[in-house]
Design a protein around this ligand. Structure first.
Ligand code: GEK
Length: 241
């Protein structure tokens, strides 16, 4: 994969547009997400390991909000030689186009759909991955999406849900925000880049508390729900049907 450095917010933007997954973002995406999300590489690699445990022969494994296909490729590595179909879904044409080229280079059999995960058809699923994507879905639509996933999963199937999270306790909210920004500074982002990105994501990326996620997952019919990874205000959960 090409790893162009993310300098999107390095210069002062006179007018800050809402963050969008356009071609400029696609160009720097692998570098951006690695330097912005603590634990990203671990979460992606372990998504593959978790899929390896739960994927059922003859079933589908979905990567919802697949971007450039990192989770799909991690699943493909772990599921090699088994009978399954991986399906990646993303509503950004620029992402899907670049993803197709990555997957072609890796010579993997991954089906791609350019459509909203709110509308996409999900069936016969043993693994569903939502890595850092539910946070971009409008809050009122989240219950229905999680219920659709729960309904489509086979008994014993798994949902991997990774998100930026929020804290009810104001001290913890401040602490984790500060630690996340320190992580970004340590990865070479300037104060201005951190501040401009934060503004651009306002009302676009809307995080929720772990309690809210757990309540929604149980409400949708998942029997076991747990946080298997957390670093500051980023967490990954497993939910088993
Ligand atoms: C990874 N999972 O590398 N329907 C489809 N796609 C959507 C929707 C929607 N309604 N809303 C947003 N997206 C990836 C990273 S990035 C996370 C996921 C981030 C897509 C959007 O186009 C983008 O590609 C992805 O969800 C979110 O682990 O950039 O923080």
């Amino acid at each position: 994969m090409d790893h162009k450095r993310d300098t999107y917010y390095a210069d002062k933007h006179e007018r800050l547009d809402r963050f969008a997954f356009n071609e400029q973002v696609v160009d720097v995406f692998p570098d951006m997400i690695q330097r912005s999300v603590p634990g990203y590489a671990t979460i992606i690699a372990m998504t593959g390991v978790i899929a390896g445990r739960y994927a059922q022969a003859g079933s589908h494994c979905y990567d919802l909000g697949c971007s450039l296909g990192a989770s799909s490729l991690a699943m493909d590595r772990e599921l090699a030689s088994r009978e399954f179909q991986i399906i990646g879904v993303d509503n950004s044409p620029a992402m899907i186009e670049r993803c197709r080229s990555h997957i072609g280079k890796a010579q993997c059999d991954i089906a791609l759909r350019c459509e909203s995960i709110e509308d996409t058809d999900i069936r016969n699923a043993s693994v569903v991955v939502l890595n850092f994507t539910l946070q971009f879905v409008p809050a009122p639509a989240r219950d229905a999406l999680i219920r659709k996933i729960a309904d489509a999963l086979l008994p014993g199937g798994v949902l991997v849900l990774s998100e930026k999270i929020q804290f009810d306790d104001p001290h913890l909210q401040q602490l984790n925000t500060d630690l996340h920004h320190a992580f970004k500074r340590a990865n070479g982002y300037s104060e201005m880049e951190v501040a401009q990105k934060r503004s651009a994501l306002e009302n676009v990326l809307v995080p929720e508390t772990l309690a809210k996620h757990k309540q929604r997952l149980h409400g949708a019919g998942f029997s076991s729900v747990d946080v298997w990874f957390q670093c500051f205000n980023f967490a990954s959960m497993v939910a088993i049907k």
